[in-house]
Design a protein around this ligand. Sequence first.
Ligand code: ASP
Length: 410
Amino acid sequence: MKLPTLNTQILLGALFGIIIGLALLAMGKTAPITQSSLYVANLLGTLFIDLLKMVLVPLVFRSIVVGVANLQAYQQIHRVWISTLGFFAFSMAIAIVLGLVAAHIFKAGQGLHLDMFQQAMSNFEAKQQSVAEFFAQFLHGLFMNPVAALAQGNVLAVVVFALFLGIALVIGGERYRNILTLLQELLEIVMQMVRWIMVITPFGIMALLVKLIVSQELALLSSLSKFVAVVMGTLLVHGVIVLPLILYVMTGMQPLTFWRGAREALVTAFATSSSSATLPITLRCVEHNLHVRKEIAQFVAPLGATINMDGTALYEAAAALFVANLVGIELNLVQQLIVFFTAMISAIGAPGIPSAGMVTMVMVLQSVGLPAEAIAILLPVDRLIDTLRTAVNVEGDMVGSLVVQKLVKK
Ligand code: ASP
């Protein structure tokens, strides 16, 4: 019997995960069958994420070094840098504006009162952090002893060290040819491991989605349902209309062709809520399915996974306005401009791990004098929103790789 393609298997895995999760939820969280299924789902889901994390750091390190070295060799590095950072800033800016506009139109916090959430807020101690502190910390985190960064899985610091090494290898030229060849071969080996991991991806995704659905708090969800719906809807507008439109205008690629090539990564991002953990699969999609040249994919995708987060930026802006509505404060234009910039900075600074955007959002709230404790209100729905915002984050990285390839060719 012929097995369905991996793409179909992944979609089926996601579908079954949602169906099983809903069925278990209907049977009740304390039912023995729910408990034992949750145990198995937890085991399998964690195993899947662990496998992805196992290859992540070696993959990021090698792909950036090799990517930079190859780009530099073609003397295209400046163009790639500028187009990449330009595209990231451009798409995140659009996402934030969308988030702000949607929050204005739908006014999701109105009708709710802050006192409804008093208990959650008083139990929650937000770590206060100003923009200046955040910036200093971010800058400090960029440069690290590479061995420590590799060992701790600090992706951003690994990226930075790999950039340096890639450039040094090229400047050294022929002298370091062997090191470059070695790294290239190591990269191919790691990609081989990713191919093995892909085999269990449908099951991993199914398990993660079962776990996600069973652990939702329905009572809290219903009081915040309007906010969740507005954010999810706006994320969908950005992911289904805006990004594909930018892609079409810039490269002429049809949205359907893009979806077909990108969906393995999109579904994985949705289920794992981590751009970093998804990166091995993102790279595979970008190189193999969407046919982006290796050196561009290997540079843009890992960088994007750590700094380009359209979904997170959109969410942070919308959530700030939501909290303002709850508190009963009308933010003026200047304050909204501050939200725009801090949302962008905190999305860039958020690592590609689950709920990271939630943590960096404290800074956005504080920048306009909103109570940081208010994120306690959003915490229960964060995991749910994180699914779609991570998928949009990863989609932005893939669209970015295609756009940069086109811009560089010109
Ligand atoms: N989970 C997101 C990501 O990995 C970051 C966030 O929390 O917004 O891309």
